[in-house]
Design a protein around this ligand. Structure first.
Ligand code: GDP
Ligand code: MG
Length: 243
């Protein structure tokens, strides 16, 4: 089915968000429209089981894609489209890029083919916050993304770390943990050519903390917020995806 013949559903999920979030979200969509941006296409990629589909659902505020605890994911990319006040949001959920301990190059090819006539505005590279080590597989996936989608894709990327509402072992400071975890991942997402040394030092690819479960902390306006005191990195989805 071509894009033109597709009837895009009204973005009803917005109404699930607390009023404060709705107001800010609509403000943001208004700003984008002023800049003549009326479509935003988000690509979501990462390993299997890290919370990609849950994040898609959190962003639009609906159970639009299947979340599975035990089963592996569907083999194909899926695009969910919603429109609101003349603005269209497209989110492409994808199968995990790791299958049986190996990079799933077949999935990458499927994703590439799926994206052929689409322009990606934002890449959400999803992983879990509550993982203590990065390993060779992380390196291989980010390399595969770079090789297949071009290193420029990282300029439009956000690193999304799910399970952000975690309890840390004693004496581990949340803020320190978050920055160590981010840095470890960012090391792989720093192709030498387009990133200057100084950018690698600071996190040039923004890191967003996300808690998809109901455990997420909330502020006085009932908005989801992060555990970090200064809210430098936040998990109040879906607002920060649009920043
Ligand atoms: P995907 O394979 O990357 O699409 O991951 P899913 O979205 O299907 O999630 C896999 C499992 O992790 C499911 O049981 C989700 O409920 C759970 N999950 C996803 N995100 C979070 C999160 O932020 N916090 C918690 N506690 N569980 C999550
Ligand atoms: Mg999934």
């Amino acid at each position: 089915m071509s894009m033109a013949s597709q009837v895009i559903r009204e973005w009803m999920g917005i109404q699930q968000f607390p009023p404060a979030t709705q107001t800010k979200l609509l403000e943001l969509l208004g700003k984008l429209k002023q800049e003549n941006v009326n479509t935003l296409t988000i690509l979501v990629m990462g390993k299997g089981g890290v919370g990609k589909s849950s994040t898609v659902n959190s962003i639009i505020g609906e159970k639009a894609v299947t979340v599975s605890t035990f089963q592996s994911e569907g083999p194909r990319p899926v695009m969910v489209s919603r429109s609101r006040a003349g603005f269209t949001l497209n989110i492409v959920d994808t199968p995990g890029l790791i299958e049986g301990g190996y990079v799933n190059y077949h999935a990458i090819q499927l994703i590439k083919r799926f994206l052929l006539n689409k322009t990606i505005d934002v890449l959400l590279y999803v992983d879990r916050l509550d993982v203590y080590r990065v390993d060779n597989l992380d390196k291989q996936i980010t390399r595969a993304i770079t090789d297949n989608f071009g290193e420029q894709i990282w300029k439009r990327a956000l690193i999304v770390l799910t399970h952000a509402q975690l309890s840390l072992p004693d004496r581990l400071d949340y803020e320190v943990f978050c920055s160590k975890r981010s840095e470890a991942l960012l090391k792989f997402v720093s192709p030498s050519t387009w990133m200057k040394k100084k950018d690698i030092q600071g996190s040039f690819v923004p890191v967003v903390l996300v808690e998809n479960s109901g455990r997420c902390a909330k502020n006085e306006n009932d908005e989801k917020v992060s555990q970090l005191p200064d809210n430098r990195i936040q998990c109040c989805f879906p607002r920060n995806v649009f920043y």
